[in-house]
Design a protein around this ligand. Sequence first.
Ligand code: FIX
Ligand code: ZN
Length: 435
Amino acid sequence: MTHPVTAKRRAALAAQVEKTVLTTPVYDIHTHLYDPAFGGLLLWGIDDLLVYHYLVAEGFRQFDLTYEKFWAMSKREQADAIWNALFIEHSPISEACRGVLTTLNRLGLDVKRRDLPALRKWFAKWNVADYTTHCMDVAGVSRICMTNSPFDDEERVVWERGFRRDERFAAALRIDPLLLSWEGTAAPRLRDWGYSVTPELSEKTVSEVRRFLADWTRRINAQYLMVSLPPDFTYPGDNVCARLMETAVLPHCREAGLPFAMMPGVKRAVNPLLRMAGDGVGHCDTNTYESLIAAHPDNQFLITALARENQYSLCVAARKFRNLHLFGCWWFTNTPYLIEEMTRMRLELIGLSVTPQHSDARVLDQIIYKWEHSRRIIGRVLAEKYQDLAATGWEPTNAEIQRDVQDLFGGAFQQFCGRQQARAAEAPKRGKRRA
Ligand code: FIX
Ligand code: ZN
């Protein structure tokens, strides 16, 4: 029996899905935002929006300026240069430019006047506490996960001093220097901080690295550990990164009941003259990640890959490994065309066991545009999927749609994290039974 879906029913389904995705609160699981207690580390406002490194990279394609001249400018001067080059002298159609306009528009500002001084005036009347709440309300974001690195000197002192946590901000322990620059950076720093480590990964050193991870996990109440990886990282392999992962990071994650998030495919400093805007992309070997995940069935892994070329094989890997959870459209893939492609591919291959987006916001206000743009795309793709189901006679109820969207916007992620916690809670009991 066929179930022809009338145009009216298709439209009603699309409207219901759109309403649900636009109103369901989001847990933004990876950002570079900070609890307001971190003071100046939490960026916000028009100048920070304009000097976002995505726009710096685009600005240099139009500027008549040397790198040195641009970097010698004040933040306000850099913002002026970017505004002129990308908004006044050309139409701001790139995703990062459009994002600034969506943000301003949703904040109730008039963008058509193209009046940067007036915009600055509007932002100047806010204080950070009220503005944080306002942005989270406008964006529909209920919880924000930070990226927290003990190797960042400005950030570390705040943790060490202690402060009252804003419960809307969760923490993630970022460990790139530990895994990617052990001898040059991490080992000497750990020694300075009282961990008795040597460049060689002796048993004592590994146990001290675990003590360091445990101390910081506890101090920041980390929800997961995280690293970004170059495209050529290999596992198994005789490299320090793989050895530290195996001997210290993954055992620590099992013990602490936390997933390990990996972000493969970033080539740091392809053009160092661009500073933070100078990183590039390379595709990674999915075999490495399959081998790592297969060798550690008791760990839970989160992955977001930078290269478009890796998205399909990672979806297939996620079908093979229940301890792998894919998340987000990271950085250069956080563009409408690729979000739509990736979301469709993921929903078709792994259904709702995925977190289709994170914002990666570096400036608070960006959560407004990043979520608005992604919600609409996710809604479109999801509506199409429900319409396909309706054609079989399977009518999704409003409650089912709501449940599914909640899963996509943080629920599935939290269930996935919960499994590692459950394993950690079980482990001592298992040990006792064996003894
Ligand atoms: O490594 C990361 O977490 C990246 O997201 C950043 O390094 C990058 O600069 C960024 O902001 C991408 O969106
Ligand atoms: Zn990031």
